[in-house]
Design a protein around this ligand. Sequence first.
Ligand SMILES: Nc1ncnc2c1ncn2[C@@H]1O[C@H](COP(=O)(O)OP(=O)(O)O)[C@@H](O)[C@H]1O
Ligand SMILES: [Mg+2]
Length: 407
Amino acid sequence: MYVPWTVKYKPKTISEVVGNDDAKRKIIEWIKSWDRGVPSKRAVFIYGPPGVGKTVFIEALARDFGMELVESNASDYRVADAVKRFAGRASEYSTLFGKRRLILFDELDGITGTADKGGVRVITDIVKNTRCPIVLIANNAYDPRFSTLRKHCFLVEFKRLSKSLLIKHLRRICALEGIAAETEALRFIADRANGDVRSAVNDLQALAQGKKTLKYEDVSWLAYRDRKDVIFNVLRRIFYSRDANDAKMAIDMADVDPDMLFEWIYENLPYHIKNPKELASAMDSLSRADVYRSRVRSTQDWSLLRYVIDLMTAGISVSWSRRARGWVPFKFPERIRSLSGSKGERNLLSAIGMKIRRRCHVSANRAVKEIIPYLKVIFENNDEMASGLARWLDLDDEMIKYLRGDL
Ligand SMILES: Nc1ncnc2c1ncn2[C@@H]1O[C@H](COP(=O)(O)OP(=O)(O)O)[C@@H](O)[C@H]1O
Ligand SMILES: [Mg+2]
């Protein structure tokens, strides 16, 4: 069964909630103050960005203090009457067994428009008169809608988690899952999450579940996914702009690596240009761009890059009528995904290294460093010698392709 790690590793006690120590301490003090009678602020208003543990902390707090948590659903806030009925009953009576109650109004941001003003007003009334502690949670407490309510609350901010705390948290999960993770890989995930624990944990699960190791290469391709929107805009402009010059300028819009852009265009072109003649002409332009691209690579003559770009942008733009039927989404290039995935270059290299080890009595590592570079030169230049070596080393098709630079 698929269990999200955010559920599997959800904090059960307040000590497991990472970060925001100050905020947590303030709330704990406030809850304890109820033992000495009703405090001046009967509600605490927690605010802060999503995924930092606001809800989870309150749930753990209720559990640790043996309180019954009474939660109201955001959709009920629309109806003032429902709020009144819910909280009125919950706040006026203690439970049957004398267990104290903690009332929670979560995700108050869900209240929208004038129709819900009644909801906020009722909550404000309840906060003023309650006999048991109330917790309010929203992303933004400073929304004008909450101005009156705010005056009656003890405001506590939950902040984004620091990168080092996030990394520590991710490392703990990896340890429990039996995954040896490179710090660089975890740092990369933490960077992207921008202090949001929920999204960091979700990313970690997507990238690492079922693996024994998590390397930087396993996660770094995500950077391209992040830049998807930027690349989509560039592609849209190259494919659909009205004149060739405009298509050419698309490349200046964002700083995309030409090799990367080539893959994106190559992968997406056939889905957009439906007319076979036009598609053939656009593909022809792209193939000529590829010829120049390999010439740049072999000669290191970067002045040729101009032609690569022209053929890749203007060349495609003039190849077709630019009238597409319907909306076609852009997709992520498969070739990049497969190279950067777990079966990436690294695995292939070490597999070839093993083959060499068997024949040449050197370690696979040394083979990768010292022998494969020479093999590459041979495979790229001398078919006859290459096929002999391939047989001798017992290389498979993928390995041969890789050594020839065709992968
Ligand atoms: N500070 C934290 N410590 C540990 N886990 C956290 C923390 N913040 C969030 N999480 C994880 O993310 C999930 C969502 O957290 P939640 O409390 O709902 O965030 P918020 O209410 O701030 O949007 C939790 O179930 C937990 O797995
Ligand atoms: Mg929440």
